[in-house]
Design a protein around this ligand. Structure first.
Ligand code: VG1
Ligand code: CO
Length: 540
């Protein structure tokens, strides 16, 4: 059936897919226009095979039905869909690769709150399993501006709760267990017997799935296959509104986990994941592990896990992520790449075999096993390291800092600002960048200042305007960029970093250690004065 439609404004994918209020996605033709644009901009769906699933948030079930019927009407050969319409982002990436599918459609607004009043999102991944490139998302957006019609099969709803094969309009649908293939992949990378022995020896863990998609994955892998005590996984059932939780694994939103990990009878290890399962937060008994530090520890210790015994080809981190991983890479004699924010920029490096591990300061880490960041993977690599080293998280962190020095790091988010105010802050600092080198602020000399541009070493494409950075002579730095995932106003992210080589000064309070950089940021960018905010909304 061909349905006439008209272009809808603003269907521009951001850092990770198109995210809007759930009600916007539910409005007439909104989802249909975007999905048809994806098919059109990628050469049509005729004869193609796709993977489809989402994080289970409100509207996931309806969207799955619409997309299946549209794929059928567009002539797709087959769609592999997770049972109940569920697939974590890393599991979807794996299924695309495993089945040599032509692409995948993932329904999620990731760490954004869900529910009727919350957010919904959709993203398209290519045959490599990774997020569409900037060029492709531009082409999809361009198509949304000219679309005149979409195709949809006039068929009854598909039974997505029943595992097995079905046909609609000549297209095959296979409903698969969302967890099974992913769990097998993890078993191949990590020393499950060793981790199982650690749990059998009394190792205690708490995994908070925050009522989002990782619950079934964590339960199967941690409790069933690795023998963690029943109840290790909490909030383990995916709910359409995430049980009212905000599935953003950071100390602010995962405060219940933080409280328990800092209590007297804290478990040995704590972790949380986000809506679609690609993020992770890691906490030891009495110690929080900053994501940039976590990446550095994973790079330094990955060889302890069977999947990485041969060593790493190289590492990559997003520009605002601290340089802690670079120090490890230098010690290992491997390349360290610096990319713009967002997993799509790691794809070429991974495909070309230039890097094995990647990470971002925003609670994302992953490797070449898939083409997305992977929350449970990071947790399992930590568990493998803990099982091998037989030290606590605290001991591992302290010895890491003694060896490499410590990159104190924090991100300050100013959320839901009026767009023009946020743009004013950015424009103000951008205009001053050229004159900053040599200036002294808070007793620190500015060594360089620029608007980060990235030239992809594999395909030569250049991405500009990826964040304003001011670097001081002692290596401290501040970075300012606008979020590309929010759905309300604009969010300014201020990233702060200061390196201390040690041996003294390695156990300072993070915000105190960063105080001069925080003051310098206010002097240079004037975020508080221009926004009228007393301070950031979220500090990670
Ligand atoms: C944020 C993070 C970025 C991450 C992106 C998607 O983007 O900062 O590092 O890649 O979210 O992650 P932004 O543009 O808001 O800063 V997820 O787990 O939300 O798909
Ligand atoms: Co996510």
């Amino acid at each position: 059936m061909r349905v006439r439609t008209r272009p809808i404004e603003g269907q521009k994918p951001g850092t990770s897919g198109l995210r809007k209020k759930t009600k916007v996605f539910m409005s007439e033709s909104y989802l249909e226009n975007f999905v048809q644009s994806v098919f059109d901009a990628t050469g049509g769906a005729e004869g193609r095979t796709y993977v489809l699933g989402g994080d289970g948030r409100c509207f996931n079930d309806r969207a799955v039905q619409v997309i299946l019927k549209m794929a059928a009407a567009n002539g797709a050969r087959a769609v592999i869909v997770g049972q109940g319409g569920l697939l974590s982002t890393p599991a979807a990436s794996h299924l695309i690769r495993l089945n040599r599918a032509d692409g995948g459609i993932i329904l999620s607004a990731s760490h954004n709150p869900g529910g009727l009043e919350g957010d919904f999102g959709i993203k398209f991944n290519t045959a490599s399993g990774g997020p569409a490139s900037e060029a492709l998302t531009e082409a999809i957006f361009a198509r949304t501006k000219t679309i005149e019609a979409y195709l949809i099969a006039d068929e009854p709803d598909v039974e997505i709760d029943r595992i097995g094969r079905q046909q609609i309009g000549g297209m095959e649908i296979s409903v698969v267990d969302p967890v099974a293939d992913y769990a097998v992949l993890m078993e191949g990378l990590f020393d499950f017997p060793k981790i199982r022995a650690m749990f059998a020896g009394g190792f205690r863990m708490r995994f908070d799935a925050m009522c989002a998609v990782t619950g079934p994955y964590a339960r199967e892998i941690l409790e069933n296959r690795l023998g963690a005590a029943p109840g290790t996984v909490v909030n383990g059932t995916p709910l359409p509104d995430f049980g009212g939780m905000h599935p953003d694994p950071n100390p602010t939103w995962a405060h219940d986990l933080m409280d328990r990990m800092f209590a007297d009878d804290a478990p040995d290890f704590g972790a949380a994941s986000d809506g679609d399962g690609d993020r992770n937060m890691v906490v030891g008994s009495g110690i929080y592990v900053a994501p940039s530090d976590s990446l550095a520890v994973l790079v330094a210790n990955a060889h302890l896990a069977p999947g990485y015994r041969a060593g790493l080809k190289g590492v990559a981190r997003s520009m605002p992520t601290s340089a802690a991983a670079d120090r490890v890479a230098a010690a290992l004699g491997i390349a360290a790449h610096e990319t713009p924010t967002g997993w799509k920029f790691f794809g070429n490096l991974l495909d070309a075999g230039r890097v094995t591990l990647c990470g971002e300061e925003s609670f994302g880490a992953g490797s070449d096993h898939v083409r997305e960041k992977d929350g449970l993977w990071a947790v399992l690599l930590w568990l493998n390291i803990l099982a091998e080293r037989r030290e606590s998280v605290k001991e591992i962190m302290e010895s890491h800092w003694r060896r490499f020095g410590r990159n104190y790091y924090s991100r300050h988010d100013y959320e839901a600002l009026p767009a023009e105010v946020a743009a004013g802050v950015m424009d103000g600092l951008r205009a001053r960048l050229a004159g900053l080198p040599g200036c002294v602020v808070e007793g620190m000399t500015i060594a360089s200042a620029d608007d980060f541009a990235y030239a992809d070493p594999v395909d030569g494409s250049v991405s500009r305007g990826q964040g304003l950075r001011v670097v001081f002579a002692d290596g401290s730095r501040l970075v300012l960029r606008l979020s590309g995932t929010g759905t309300e106003g604009a969010t300014i992210r201020l990233y702060l970093e200061r390196y201390v080589a040690g041996p003294g000064g390695l156990d300072a309070e993070v915000q105190e250690a960063l105080a001069p950089v925080i003051r310098a940021a206010e002097t240079l960018a004037g975020i508080r004065t221009q926004t009228g905010r007393a301070g950031p909304d979220v500090v990670t």
